[in-house]
Design a binder for this molecule. Structure first.
Ligand code: UD1
Ligand code: MG
Length: 507
């Protein structure tokens, strides 16, 4: 860890972001599972400042509430009706302790790929050089509408000129006409000496093409006062790129994902197809886990070691234990225990807790259900509002009828109990440890330990029915031949329905 920590970071987030064409403020749009402002706050916190302020104005309540949710100790500063980044910064300073000294970093709420490490490097460079201002710059093939970094013959930064003002000089054909062609741009991210910044901002006016109070004017003012201005040129252009519209939102989202996926591969995760794998910024994954194509690991999902996830799986806020396998599954707010298997085609809704080595199989939907260690729900089942004991087996096509049209009710199934296929458990239902439910049962009441509940119509075989009622059909012919083959004309030899073991589907 470096010893360079800024006194404060001010994040500018008061702008409107009109080009997003959205009812959601720009800084609340998301990439990688965090808002743009969330990324800015994260990077700012990594720089370990003593104070952190976020300047807001547009959609003030929503943005301020979001800051409060993410970072309880960040100060929300309100910008007034005076426009511009300079005014925004002034309002941020006003919200910090008066007479604050040391280094103040200024960043933007809409530059999501900037890292905490870059902010720490900026602080370090700035303090080591003794400059009053250090600005992060980048050299672009096309400087677009960014502010231009103007240097003197010695290469020292003397000013930053906004694109619109540079255009005016081009039109006037004066000695600054060339500025518009400069390819080194202002990222809008700076380190300032607090006292210099505070004093300079009082001098900044609004006499420019946009009639705004420009933060960039602080640089020219500092220079005139004989202070040093340094530039910190970064090669990684993505880190300084802001989001202005949804095309940039997608481009930066994709690049962020590329970086996240690469990070996990370097940490020992096999990602079969990085191009179709999406991993949010706050996800964690253990070693020797394999992520197959078409998988999205979102929100606060944590995946253990030696897990297989995918293909085509979306996990949102899911905890997956070591050695589990999750195939073609959609899951949210669920826990999957170590060594458990899920899928294919499973839908785990919030509150699903699958124990160690448990199984949720194909075409199974679960919700608010705790399924014990080694318990199995292998096929075609709805399991909602339930507790399934360890080692229990739920036969194919079982329905936990949890809803009576008014209220939801709970079903409890004990340890090592066995529910036959195609049963409906009409909650509230309590099936004890070591109990059986016969296949095809509709269960409404308690089943005690060691009991079997049979709740279905009895089988009744009627001899000669096909010959009488379906005479002349292929079925009748087949019956006739089968009976002739048996010689005595007796019905086929099967045990009587009641003496058979309960038919259930084995996994
Ligand atoms: C600014 C810089 C420009 C730089 C560019 C980098 C100035 C005058 N210009 O221009 O040199 O190349 O960023 O992206 O600083 N904001 C407020 N309050 C305001 C205006 C803006 O908080 O009144 C915030 C915005 O929310 C945004 C940031 O400041 O996060 C930048 O504002 P924006 O209007 O995008 O500035 P640019 O014109 O892009
Ligand atoms: Mg901008």
């Amino acid at each position: 860890m470096t010893s360079y920590h800024p006194a404060a970071v001010i994040i500018l987030a008061a702008g409107e972001g009109t080009r997003m064409k959205s009812t959601t403020p720009k800084v609340l749009h998301r990439i990688g599972g965090r808002t743009l402002l969330g990324h800015a706050l994260h990077a700012a916190r990594e720089a370990a400042p003593e104070h952190l302020a976020v300047v807001v104005r547009h959609e003030r309540e929503r943005v301020a509430a979001h800051v409060g949710e993410l970072d309880g100790t960040a100060v929300v500063a309100d910008q007034d009706e005076v426009k511009g980044t300079g005014r925004a910064c002034e309002c941020g300073l006003d919200a910090l302790p008066a007479g604050l000294e040391g280094t103040v970093l200024v960043t933007m709420g809409d530059v999501p790929l900037l890292t905490g490490r870059t902010l720490t490097e900026l602080t370090e460079r700035h303090e080591a050089s003794g400059a009053a201002v250090t600005v992060i710059t980048a050299e672009l093939p096309d400087a677009g509408s960014y502010g231009r970094v103007v240097r003197d013959v010695d290469g020292d930064v003397v000013a930053i000129m906004e694109f619109k003002d540079a255009l005016r000089h081009r039109e006037a054909g004066d000695e600054l006409a060339h500025v518009v062609d400069i390819r080194e741009i202002n990222s809008g991210i700076y380190a300032f000496d607090a006292a210099v910044l505070r004093a300079a901002l009082t001098e900044v006016g609004t006499d420019n093409a946009q009639g705004e109070k420009y933060l960039t004017d602080v640089i020219g003012i500092a220079r005139r006062e004989g202070r040093r201005v340094a530039a910190h040129l970064v090669d990684d252009l993505w880190q300084t790129e802001g989001v202005n519209d949804r095309v940039q939102l997608a481009a930066l989202g994709k690049e962020l994902n590329r970086r996240t996926v690469e990070h996990w591969m370097r940490e020992g995760v096999t990602v079969v197809d990085p191009d179709t794998t999406w991993i949010d910024a706050d996800v964690t994954i253990g070693r020797d886990t394999t992520v197959r194509p078409g998988t999205q690991l979102l929100g606060a999902t944590t995946v253990g070691a030696e897990v297989v996830v995918g293909p085509d799986t979306t996990l949102t806020d899911v905890e997956v234990g070591d050695g589990a396998s999750v195939v073609r599954t959609q899951a949210e707010l669920a826990q999957i225990g170590p060594g458990a298997t899920v899928g294919p085609f499973s839908f785990l809704r919030p509150g699903t807790v699958l124990g160690a080595r448990g199984k949720i199989g194909g075409f199974v939907e679960t919700k608010n259900a705790t399924i014990g260690e080694g318990a199995k729900v292998p096929h075609l089942t709805y399991c909602g509002d339930a507790t399934v004991g360890e080692g229990a087996n739920i036969g194919a096509g079982t329905i936990f009828a949890n809803y009576d049209g008014v209220a939801k009710h709970h079903t409890s199934i004990g340890r090592h109990s066995f529910v036959g296929s195609n049963s409906v458990l009409v909650a509230p239902v309590d099936i004890a440890d070591g109990a059986y439910v016969a296949a095809g049962s509709a269960i409404e009441g308690r089943v005690g330990p060691g009991q079997i509940a049979v709740a279905r119509g009895r089988q009744r075989n009627v001899d000669g029915w096909v010959a009488r009622r379906r005479a002349g059909t292929a079925t009748a012919g087949a019956a006739e031949a089968a009976l002739a083959g048996q010689g005595d004309g007796a019905p086929p030899t099967s045990p009587s329905p009641t003496s058979r073991p309960t038919p259930t589907q084995e996994s």
